[in-house]
Design a binder for this molecule. Structure first.
Ligand code: SF4
Length: 675
């Protein structure tokens, strides 16, 4: 008998629907879900090949416990006993939890509750620290909330897109499809990117190929042109914003000639882009890591918010300033409170919050002091509980991360494979993967959807929430973690997270396309467009911020004359744990490479496919040259998915004020093998 189990793709932030074809307890194929509004019956290569990794020969099937240099299989009882002994014998200060943007909402919720109730620490953070921490710093003060303003479904409505630092075609294919349709109907596309990405090649009417990291100067320049030409939206500014005069005063003081020099974009192009965006009826700004992953990320996002407020391109379907979250639960794990300074529902560390959670969780005390962020925990905590996070590939300056992990008193990793991080752990706990468990995720446009169980997990692997609840029980907190199912956990989430109050499993089971939060009551349809009448700031107004250009922390010099930037390719997902175990995807791009401009290649005598060494102040990586003019002279691009040619051996761990590392730019030199 064949079953068709409806679920949502495990990759990227779009949230495409699909059916898993199940025969005799095994997934044997994927069928498109034709009525699903996000995917419209279509899937990209990752979606079409989304289940093969589940059957990889090296899935973790039993707990592993370190004996000397080796990790050996053990019983659940022994492994958990060892973990509990270590967890009991620790102070909250010294304990850190690294959570995941891949676990379900229910699992992320239970994990942060474990940290706060059982251990008594706010030292919990997740991979969004590495991609959108600066979004909170930029959109929080200006618009009051760091969430995507629009719905994925509405990205064919705008007549102008400003796509900044995101290669939508390769990283968000279901959104790219809508942008393509908008373009076919006449929408203008402006791409801001130092690389000639596939998105720039396919869609850009105007490609502003700026020097990496100079976005603030460029956007300030665009706003100056808008003011000079009287293209600002006076009525919107008057009615819905504050702080315009201060911004105007600053913009009138900047020199557009200097902007041209700083950005390497001609004034003509800057003018064209400014006039096109300001002249649109509905303008949409989409951005991702090319904007955020800088020490100046928050300033760049503030400038983008200023641009949208100046022109009134906010509060309409498809419009606004839209951070694109690349993980399946990049939004949801944050909503669930896996943050050192927020409880579930982005509740700040205030007495009101503490009182609420003490009451709901029925405990006398919960931690009140701000916790540590990812890099701080890696540096400072003595014991780590790492769930579905692989900093040995995803963190900057990986060599240092390895040293830090090796120095820890105790590390537990909970994952589906023996990842590069798990290999360094003291105990490894095998968890069930997507397709093997039920739950909800929240995709990039705040869209909450159900993922369903189609098959059993292999061996003795079990869902993360069950592992966490078992640990809580063994530590004497069983009463607080008495959940029978993810549905039970979700009911508690609805009580704690106001944005989810009206969403229920019953409603999700009946929907195709889920429900977008905020959804305050069961008769509320969900919210596709944010900020229609007011912003989420305390006074409801949009607040302009004045930001000045600052250069990235590490620029090229004589010793390291090239700029290195990193990114993704369509066939792979983050640290490659799943996609590199999928033959069709792996065959397309089997390993890492470095893209180098033809003139630089010629000067250095490098041919396409040659093996080269890239060297930064942090380390050296052997990789293959790919010669292409997709990068400008002096710039090198590496995808970050490949542990054996890890771009993050080279990247700079310097932190932004929001504790985001500067992944997207560092200085390197190129050496030939043997030189
Ligand atoms: Fe999956 Fe994203 Fe591709 Fe849709 S666009 S199939 S969600 S990877």
């Amino acid at each position: 008998m064949i079953d068709y189990v409806p679920t949502i793709c495990p990759y990227c932030g779009c949230g495409c629907g699909m059916y898993l074809v199940v025969k005799e307890g095994r997934i044997v194929g994927v069928e498109p879900w034709k009525e699903h509004p996000v995917s419209e019956g279509k899937l990209c290569p990752k979606g079409r090949n989304s289940y093969e990794f589940l059957y990889s020969h090296d899935r973790l099937k039993k707990p592993l416990v370190r004996r000397g240099d080796r990790l050996v299989e053990g019983s659940w009882e022994d492994a958990l006993r060892r973990v509990v002994n270590e967890f009991r014998d620790t102070s909250p200060e010294d304990f850190g939890i690294l959570a995941s943007g891949k676990t379900t909402n229910e699992e992320s919720y239970v994990l942060q509750k474990f940290g706060r109730v059982v251990i008594g620490t706010n030292n919990i953070d997740y991979c969004a620290r590495f991609c959108h921490a600066t979004t909170v710093g930029g959109l929080g003060p200006t618009l009051g909330s760091g969430v995507m303003a629009s719905s994925v479904l509405d990205y064919e409505l705008p007549d102008c897109f400003l796509i900044a630092g995101v290669n939508v075609q390769e990283t968000f294919p279901a959104i790219a499809r809508r942008i393509k349709r908008a373009k076919e109907r006449g929408a203008k596309i402006i791409v801001i990117d130092p690389r000639k990405t596939l998105t720039a090649k396919l869609y850009a009417d105007i490609h502003l190929q700026l020097f990496p990291g100079t976005d603030v100067a460029l956007i300030n320049g665009m706003m100056r042109v808008i003011l000079d030409e009287g293209l600002e939206n006076g009525e919107f500014i008057e009615k819905r914003t504050k702080g315009f005069e201060e911004l105007k005063e600053y913009l009138l003081s900047i020199d557009l000639k200097e902007v041209e020099e700083t950005t390497n974009v001609s004034l003509d192009e800057i003018k064209k882009a400014a006039e096109t965006y300001a002249g649109a009826k509905t303008g949409s700004i989409l951005y991702d890591e090319g904007i955020t992953e800088y020490t100046t990320g928050a300033e760049k996002i503030t400038a983008l918010a200023d641009l949208a407020l100046l022109t009134g391109h906010v509060g309409k379907p498809g419009a606004g300033v839209n951070p694109m979250r690349g993980q399946i639960n990049g939004e949801g794990t944050g909503d669930m409170g896996c943050f050192p300074v927020f409880y579930p529902g982005f509740k700040p560390l205030t007495e009101q919050t503490f009182e609420f959670f003490r009451d709901v969780w029925n405990v006398e005390s919960i931690p009140e002091k701000a916790g540590k962020t990812v890099m701080e925990m890696l540096e400072d905590c003595k014991k780590l509980y790492i769930v579905g996070f692989n900093p040995m590939v995803s963190a900057p300056h990986v060599t240092r991360v390895k040293e830090l992990l090796e120095q820890k008193e105790f590390v537990v990793v909970q994952d589906i494979f023996l990842t590069e991080t798990a290999a360094l752990a003291d105990v490894v706990l095998p968890s069930a993967a997507w397709g093997e468990k039920m739950g909800t995720h929240t995709w990039t446009d705040r869209r909450v959807q159900l993922v369903r169980k189609a098959v059993d997990p292999p061996g003795e692997a079990i869902p993360d929430w069950q592992i966490i609840c078992r640990l809580a029980e063994m530590m004497g907190y069983g009463d607080h973690f008495e959940y029978k199912s993810p549905r039970d956990i979700f009911e508690e989430i609805r009580r704690c997270v106001p944005q989810y109050r009206g969403i229920s499993y019953e409603r999700l089971e009946k929907s195709s396309g889920g429900i977008q939060w905020p959804c305050p009551s069961e008769d509320h349809p969900g919210t596709s467009t944010m900020f229609v009448e007011r912003f989420n700031t305390p006074d409801g107004f949009g607040h302009f911020g004045v930001v000045q250009y600052r250069p990235p922390a590490e620029l090229p010099d004589n010793e390291y004359p090239f700029m290195l930037t990193t990114g993704r390719v369509i066939f792979h997902y983050h640290t490659g744990t799943m996609t590199r175990r999928t033959e069709r995807l792996s065959n397309e791009v089997p390993t890492g490479f470095a893209v180098i401009h033809p003139e630089n290649a010629e000067e250095l005598g490098i041919m396409d496919g040659d093996e080269i060494l890239l060297v930064s102040r942090r380390g050296r990586v052997k990789t293959f040259a790919r010669v292409s003019n997709e990068v400008a002279r002096g710039l090198i691009f590496m995808p970050f998915h490949f542990a054996e040619r890890a771009a993050n051996i080279l990247t700079n761990p310097v932190l932004a004020p929001t504790k985001m590392p500067e992944f997207k730019l560092c200085a390197v030199r190129i050496e030939r093998e043997g030189s």
